[in-house]
Design a protein around this ligand. Structure first.
Ligand code: THU
Length: 140
């Protein structure tokens, strides 16, 4: 698979910001967008979808993963999350890091943007070291 380019990341940032505009976040008022690059070069987006029964809410990354898998893709090559311009860069929550790890490698870039620019860039392995994965449930 080709390396993830700066153009790829720019396209993901635009898609994540656009998805964030559709967030359903009437309870937290904290809007999030996420965009994923798959193994075919396609981009899949999601936004957070909250619910009056709060625990039923969905994170943007989980919604984007659902879109990627239901489009027939199986690999996540890059992740961009889009948040507001708060004091701390938005980062995927712990549960979403685990969800992403099902389809992404430790060296997969995970970047964060706000409406004005780039806020952070890490790898999934930095965000979720010693991840639990397929190797644990399906030992050789
Ligand atoms: N949220 C996400 O969508 N992704 C994250 O990684 C962090 C949190 C959402 C969940 C909830 O709708 C709102 O942000 C506040 O927690």
């Amino acid at each position: 698979m080709p390396a993830v380019s700066d153009d790829d990341l720019q396209a993901l940032a635009a898609a994540a910001r656009a998805a964030r505009e559709h967030a359903h976040a009437p309870y937290s008022r904290f809007r999030v967008g996420a965009a994923l690059l798959d193994e075919h070069g396609r981009v899949h987006c999601g936004c957070n979808v909250e619910n009056a029964a709060y625990p039923q809410s969905l994170c943007a990354e989980a919604v984007a993963l659902g879109a990627l898998v239901s489009a027939g893709a199986r690999r996540v090559r890059a992740v961009v999350v889009a948040g507001g311009d708060g004091p701390e860069a938005l980062m995927p929550c712990g549960g979403c890091r685990q969800k992403l790890a099902e389809f992404a490698a430790a060296d997969t870039p995970v970047a964060s943007v706000d409406p004005h620019g780039w806020r952070a860039r890490h790898t999934l392995g930095e965000l979720l070291p010693f991840a639990f994965g397929q190797g644990h449930v399906k030992p050789r």
